[in-house]
Design a protein around this ligand. Structure first.
Ligand SMILES: Cc1cc2nc3c(=O)[nH]c(=O)nc-3n(C[C@H](O)[C@H](O)[C@H](O)COP(=O)(O)OP(=O)(O)OC[C@H]3O[C@@H](n4cnc5c(N)ncnc54)[C@H](O)[C@@H]3O)c2cc1C
Ligand SMILES: NC(=O)c1ccc[n+]([C@@H]2O[C@H](COP(=O)([O-])OP(=O)(O)OC[C@H]3O[C@@H](n4cnc5c(N)ncnc54)[C@H](O)[C@@H]3O)[C@@H](O)[C@H]2O)c1
Length: 458
């Protein structure tokens, strides 16, 4: 007889781990399965280690700014403390013992293994010793399998020892040069980190601008800054071929050969949906995402919830966590607000940070809204002026003029993600722009530039 649980969670990314914890604490019998590390990509190969690297690189940049602001500072950059922090403090040597114990203490049963659906309410788990167990989930199954790095279709790439985020975040030494294929958040954050540690960096971006999900003005500022820091940025660039010999990669980019020590592929993600047994419940295993309703129930299948990157609602830890709370309440039969993404924030942790919430100007126009925009350069604010080097940035707001509320905003600048907080609340709560005009903005803060941007609405 298969073991019976109330809930089986497949994949323990940030949301799956939180849901398994919460459901177990609420008294449900929970089986939590992950084929690798409990916590998923974010704590081991994503947000946390990358932000430690960003912090280190920003420290170097600030030291470099001292010459203008505070006198001579001499820093000999070393990757060793960065690699040590990532290995010891962030990931405990890529070991999830503590996370497993935390989940077990909450009352869940934790199982390492590859889980697959085996028809409605049934899951098989392939255990590390090669054996298999089948379990029944009486209340439901929650899918949180996340994504893996996508390999773009470039001739020769497959046979080469290229890096993905997993290798880059485990690096204990840095190469002399690196080509970063992909100018999204992963590519830009890591490119700037490596460049600030002295690596010769080239970013090769398919599209015509970096971080294309952000406003074009934000992309332009980021590109200017990266280029000024010595990064070669190739946009609208096509890599047709990659070879690897004698410890070096050769990429053919728009007909030109570029030779590099390392190649980091950060060209998007592939959802881990292809080996999940989706076909056993009538779903398409080649789908790019799972369609879920506003309670995170997978459409068309009773007793199945999905959360995280595979729902296609934004590949961010805060989305995974947000959805987790809603799915957990639904599983427990509790009331609560349905999922709503109109004020989804995102921050790319480059320096300057590129932060956004809600709709871009173009998205608002495409949605047929009556759009007014306002913007202001951050370096021209009083705080930007006193800040001096490193203050390059922007605040841009997008208003639905018919309703008189902001539907989107962008902040580029030092601590751009923190400045965004005020605007995220405004979009979330539909605070009238008229009310935002009457607010007192502390002088001289960066967020005071929001008042200027609102004053520019036209
Ligand atoms: C370099 C990098 C930096 C990032 N920085 C940020 C950031 O600053 N801020 C931010 O919000 N987001 C960031 N992200 C994105 C963030 O990591 C993800 O959005 C986040 O991890 C949420 O993913 P998830 O919940 O879908 O699952 P994931 O974290 O991807 O975890 C999925 C888990 O499922 C397991 N799994 C998959 N299939 C199976 C199976 N069949 N059986 C058992 N287990 C399975 C996997 O082993 C994994 O542990 C970053 C990502 C990367 C790569
Ligand atoms: N700070 C953050 O919140 C943060 C940081 C890193 C990652 N993430 C999340 O992880 C996800 C994955 O990040 P990502 O940067 O890998 O993906 P992405 O899809 O956001 O960006 C990948 C970029 O690579 C480009 N590209 C694709 N194929 C290419 C090719 N052959 N040559 C050159 N360029 C190519 C695309 O045009 C795209 O702009 C993101 O969607 C993001 O949500 C978030």
């Amino acid at each position: 007889m298969p073991d019976t649980y109330d809930v089986v969670v497949i994949g323990l990314g940030p949301g799956g781990e939180a849901l398994a914890t919460g459901a177990a604490q609420a008294g449900l019998k929970v089986l939590a399965v992950d084929k690798h590390l409990v916590g998923g990509e974010c704590p081991y190969y994503g947000c946390i280690p990358s932000k430690m690297m960003v912090r280190a690189a920003d420290t170097l940049a600030e030291a470099g700014r001292a010459a203008v602001l505070a006198g001579d500072v001499s820093v000999t950059a070393s990757w060793a403390p960065v690699a040590r922090r990532v290995s010891e403090e962030a990931t405990s040597g890529w070991d999830d013992t503590i996370a497993v114990r935390r989940l077990e203490d909450a009352g869940a049963e934790v199982q390492h293994g590859v889980a697959r659906l085996d028809g409605p309410g049934r899951v098989t788990v392939e255990l590390p010793d090669g054996s298999t167990r089948t379990v029944v989930a009486e209340r439901g199954v929650v899918l949180n399998p996340g994504t893996r790095p996508a390999a773009p279709p470039v001739e020769g790439l497959d046979g080469t020892p290229y890096w993905t985020n997993r290798d880059a975040l485990r690096a204990d030494t840095l190469p002399g040069s690196i080509v970063v294929l992909g100018g999204g958040p992963i590519g830009c954050e890591l490119a700037q980190v490596f460049a600030r540690f002295g690596v010769r960096v080239t970013i090769v971006q398919h599209g015509d601008r970096l971080v294309p999900a952000s406003e074009p003005e934000a992309s332009a500022i980021l590109q200017d800054v990266l280029v000024a820091e010595g990064i070669r940025v190739l946009t609208s660039a096509e890599t047709s071929r990659v070879t690897y010999a004698d410890g070096a990669f050769t990429l053919t980019i728009d007909g030109e050969d570029v030779v590099t020590d390392k190649l980091l592929v950060a060209a998007g993600r592939t959802p881990n949906l292809d080996d999940l047994g989706l076909e056993t419940v009538g779903l398409d295993p080649s789908a790019r995402r799972l369609d879920v309703d506003d309670r995170l129930r997978v459409e068309g299948v009773d007793g199945l919830w999905a959360i995280g990157d595979v729902t296609g609602r934004g590949a961010f830890t805060h989305v995974s966590m947000y959805q987790s709370g809603i799915a957990q309440r639904d599983l427990l039969g509790q009331d609560g607000s349905p999922a709503d993404y109109h004020a989804l924030p995102h921050v790319t942790f480059t320096d300057p940070e590129v932060a956004g919430v809600g709709l871009t100007e173009q998205q608002a126009r495409d949605a047929g809204l009556s759009v007014r925009v306002g913007s202001t350069p951050l370096e021209q604010s009083s705080r930007g002026f006193t800040h001096g080097p490193g203050a390059r940035g922007l605040v841009k707001v997008v208003e639905d003029a018919d309703r008189g509320v902001l539907v989107g905003a962008t902040v580029v600048g030092p601590a751009g993600g923190e400045i965004l907080g005020l605007l995220a609340l405004a979009v979330h709560a539909a605070v009238p722009v008229a009310m935002m005009r009457t607010m007192i903005y502390a002088y001289p803060t960066f967020h005071r530039a929001i008042e200027t941007a609102i004053g520019d609405l036209s």
